[in-house]
Ligand binder design. Structure first.
Ligand code: MEV
Length: 330
């Protein structure tokens, strides 16, 4: 059999994300808005060499090999092995004799979309290696299969915003609406890491359990969250930062009633507001991970970041400058 044409080296990357408004309710069919963080990324690099296709995640010291046949659900294949398998199948290529290395600046289990970013970076890198096009929709679909296998009942918002690298208004099962006029770098957003890392499936599972016991109460909360998403969208379109901040505050209060915040996330939100932030909320799955604060402008974002550090944030990212210096994208 002839080998598929390929390059000797390839590289690619994918960005982190934040949920601006609407997490959890989006799993139950309500809309949500997510933004990419283009300066906080996962990088994949690939080079041809003899031997089995090996994937190394250098940050977590993990090595996996791609399965030769379709893995079953029960086998729960490693996410890296699964995305590599799915991508090769989509590209109609046999597993390459190559080494693929992943390095990420996105903290793991912190609600910044690290899982989706790893999947999208690997899929893009394989496509680049085989000199094939991979559309954002195709990359998103592949990553969604991995999300489903490892996160229970994901809505699909993470893989969508990461693969398109565009702000998105997302409703499960509908084509995403890309908000091309909105960029996180236009918004003075400050991200505070609570230092608590919780896999998304934990709070998502807790909300599911509560919804099974009290469906009417939970549905009413989802509807109230949906209203705040509408308010946030209108505020974004009108570039009305105080109105956006108010929607974020109201969304956080509703997420507290869903019991997905944490003492530390609440403390960070309070400290941001005390420093004059227009709004603050937890972002993503919750029970740890990251929160967002909306500052008045770039100078004020630095003050809010200082307040978050003083309140105990492990790391602070200011959206337009969230990359450590000296790293280039693929
Ligand atoms: C995770 O970024 C957002 C959640 O709504 C889960 C999901 O939509 O899959 C918590």
């Amino acid at each position: 059999m002839t080998a598929h044409p390929h390059l000797s080296h390839a590289s690619a990357s994918a960005c982190a994300k934040i949920i601006l408004c609407g997490e959890h309710a989006v799993v139950y069919g309500r809309p949500a808005i997510a933004l990419p963080l283009p300066h906080l990324r996962t990088y994949a690099q690939m080079r041809a060499r003899h031997g089995r296709f090996e994937i190394r995640a250098t940050d977590i010291n993990h090595v996996v090999y791609m399965p030769e046949r379709a893995p079953t659900q029960q086998e729960r294949p490693h996410p890296l092995a699964l995305i590599a398998y799915l991508t090769c199948r989509r590209l109609r290529v046999r597993p390459p004799q190559a080494l693929l290395t992943i390095r990420s600046d996105i903290p793991v289990s912190s609600n910044l979309g690290s899982g989706a970013a790893v999947s999208v970076a690997v899929a893009r890198c394989l496509a680049a290696y085989f000199q094939q096009a991979l559309s954002p929709d195709a990359a998103s679909e592949l990553a969604f299969v991995v999300e489903r296998q490892h996160h229970g009942t994901p809505s699909g918002i993470d893989n969508t915003v990461v693969a398109h690298e565009q702000a998105v208004r997302f409703v499960k099962g509908e084509p995403p609406r890309l908000l091309r006029e909105v960029a996180a770098s236009d918004l003075p957003i400050v991200i505070g890491d609570s230092g608590e890392s919780t896999p998304t499936r934990v709070p998502v599972g807790a909300v599911r359990a509560a919804w099974q016991v009290e469906p009417a109460r939970l549905e009413a909360l989802f509807d109230a969250i949906s209203q705040q998403v509408g308010a946030a969208h209108a505020a974004l379109s009108a570039r009305d930062l105080p109105a956006l901040g108010a929607a974020m505050n109201a969304n956080h209060a509703l997420l507290c009633r869903l019991d997905v915040s944490s003492v530390m996330l609440d403390r960070l939100c309070d400290s941001a507001r005390a420093a004059g932030a227009l709004g603050a909320k937890m972002s993503g799955g919750g029970r740890g991970g990251n929160m967002l604060a909306l500052a008045r402008d770039a100078a004020h974002a630095i003050e809010v970041g200082d307040a978050l550090r003083a309140a105990g944030a492990r790391r602070v990212f200011i959206a337009p400058e969230s990359s450590p210096p000296g790293r280039d994208g693929g």
